[in-house]
Design a protein around this ligand. Structure first.
Ligand SMILES: NC(=O)n1nc(-c2ccco2)nc1N
Length: 323
């Protein structure tokens, strides 16, 4: 029996590693037929030994039946909205305001991230296991979409590596890549079904399904970009270091992230990303600039619902191409 149980645990680790390589690192793992064979062997062992199955097993990503509705979730820490900068002068004014408030003229380091155009989501991990997924909602109250979040392969059911806090709330954006959006709409047209106007609406509609078996068929991904609640552990001192930790723990982060210094750095990054924008495999509607140091972020605090230490800079709206 222990030999079979050892095989069972090895299978879970192997499939978890392939999921991470394929869905988080976007590296081609093994041929589908080989992956499917491993999953079939895992399901067969679980059917013979149902008492071994835990919610963290790769076979447990899709619930068997629809839920009646969505429970509400009260966010222990509000999910922030971002102040906006509409032009380069606004960015200069933003940096000046920070230096005045810090009463320190020395250069400030910023973490720069593409502003993904999806749905902001909170993932709660306890003892390293995913226990809840929730939408941002109005920032204070969101909807419990755990069953749907569990179907997204780029979201690990258990954190990898070590050193993560006992309670860790990871925040990020769930989005639908452009190629998946086009493919899904082509299939919908062939079936005579409703098509979605844009990837953001498609992601939102997919997350609001009461039947997670439908959500599981949708090409959704998640990039993680900030932390909410954390207990029973420590986190790095900067946004950039936190993202490296997230990646070590098996969470997907955005590869376009960069560290820059002062206003010129913000402007250069804007120009670089504006050039890249149309070639990216997902839609972005701007950039999020964050003061990199968490110590400085704490000193700067928030104004009402938005942090003083971050600002969004939007690109000009793109002409809707009517197909
Ligand atoms: N939407 C998006 O891509 N965001 N949103 C934040 C954010 C919002 C509040 C704190 O951080 N960061 C990124 N990359």
């Amino acid at each position: 029996m222990t030999e079979l149980h050892d095989r069972y645990q090895a299978l879970i680790q192997q499939i978890r590693r392939y999921d991470h390589e394929y869905y988080v690192l976007n590296e081609s793992a093994i041929p589908d037929v080989e992956y499917d064979r491993l999953m079939e062997e895992l399901k067969r062992i679980e059917s013979e030994h149902p008492q071994w199955v835990t919610p963290q097993s790769p076979t447990q990503r899709v619930a068997g039946a629809p839920q009646a509705g969505f429970e509400t979730v009260e966010h222990r820490m509000p999910m922030l909205s971002l102040d906006n900068a509409f032009n380069h002068d606004d960015l200069g004014a933003f940096v000046k305001r920070l230096k005045d408030r810090l009463n320190d003229p020395s250069p400030i380091e910023f973490a720069c991230e593409p502003k993904l155009d999806g749905i902001a989501v909170s993932l709660l991990y306890e003892q390293g296991h995913l226990v809840r997924g929730a939408t941002r909602g109005d920032g204070t109250t969101g909807e419990d979409i755990t069953a749907n979040v569990r179907t997204i392969r780029s979201i690990p059911l258990s954190l990898q590596g070590d050193g993560w806090p006992e309670v860790l709330e990871v925040r990020g954006e769930i989005y639908m890549p452009k190629a998946g959006f086009e493919r899904m709409n082509d299939e919908a047209r062939e079936r005579g079904d409703k098509v979605f106007v844009n990837p953001r609406n498609a992601a939102s509609g997919s997350l609001r399904q009461l039947d997670s078996r439908l959500t599981a068929t949708r090409p959704l991904e998640m990039c993680c970009y900030s932390v909410g609640v954390f207990e029973g552990g420590t986190l790095p001192d900067t946004q950039y270091q936190l993202m490296q930790k997230f990646s070590e723990w098996g969470l997907k982060i955005n590869p376009e992230m960069a560290l820059v210094t002062d206003v010129q750095g913000l402007l250069d990054y804007y120009d670089q990303l504006e050039q890249k924008r149309n070639g990216l495999p997902y839609e972005i509607d701007g950039i999020v600039y964050k003061v990199n140091s968490f110590g400085l972020q704490r000193r700067l605090g928030f104004v009402s619902r938005a942090p003083r230490w971050a600002i969004a800079r939007k690109f000009p709206a793109q002409e809707e191409v009517t197909t």
